[in-house]
Design a protein around this ligand. Sequence first.
Ligand SMILES: Nc1ncnc2c1ncn2[C@@H]1O[C@H](COP(=O)(O)OP(=O)(O)O)[C@@H](O)[C@H]1O
Ligand SMILES: [Mg+2]
Length: 279
Amino acid sequence: MEKPILEVQNLCIRYNGAPVDAVRGVSFTLGRERLGIVGESGSGKSTVGRALLRLLPGARVTADRMQFEDLDLLGLSERQMLKVRGRRMSMILQDPKFSLNPIQRVGHQVAETFLRHFSVSKAEAKTKTLEMLAAVKIRDPERVHDLYPHEISGGMGQRVMIAMMLLADPDLVIADEPTSALDVTVRLQVLTILDGLVRDRGIGLIMISHDLNLVRNFCDRVLIMYAGRVVETLDARSMDQAQHPYTRGLLAAQPRIGGPRQPLAVLDRRPEWKEEPAQ
Ligand SMILES: Nc1ncnc2c1ncn2[C@@H]1O[C@H](COP(=O)(O)OP(=O)(O)O)[C@@H](O)[C@H]1O
Ligand SMILES: [Mg+2]
């Protein structure tokens, strides 16, 4: 097997003042592939993603190992981390409206990322920005460049965020519910762009979602999280062979077009799922 991009062992995270860990003993490796993290709201998916980028100031993060390419993430100083975050490792968030600055033109925000990480002139940054806007299938980059965030649609905003992240050419992208705020057709466009990144640039992609159908169709492998733990890791294609009762419950609770018109199964959560060792 080729060298993984990321190796995480026994990651535990506790928010300040919380009585229990939000994430408990999570381990996984990521190659040049699409890894899904799925689980219900509050299961700890976003907390894992933010911990990788060290975006959890109010929490205690421990792990036996957090290796990103040649970097030991646990040993990096805050200064070193600044060179990693947004440059070698990026995060795409659910709603671009909260991530873009409302009083700055879209193009300037994209160019700013480039100016911060590379020594280029403003003119070069603009050329590159227009190139990137085109790369995420924005049809009229010159026009969109000069718009403010409220003047663009949600789908376009998400593509602008992806363009911003692409400029730095990261090796690892963490997408946290990147399409939850989008309608179905736009969602497909965004997923196609992300898919292209994995295939053409060989990045590692972590796709966080509460949508089991989305990750099973889009990802190569899937971690199933419940109450801060990974209860099962599966090849996306063999999801139907899931062993853990929680995964089986999630699958049974999915509506199917053309399926029987019986009430959907309701998850019957058992306390022991919180404690069983992960398989
Ligand atoms: N900033 C925070 N402070 C305290 N607790 C938090 C914070 N963010 C998340 N949590 C708690 O951590 C757990 C996991 O949350 P989160 O990672 O956001 O779940 P998910 O992304 O799977 O919905 C939840 O119980 C949540 O209430
Ligand atoms: Mg979340």
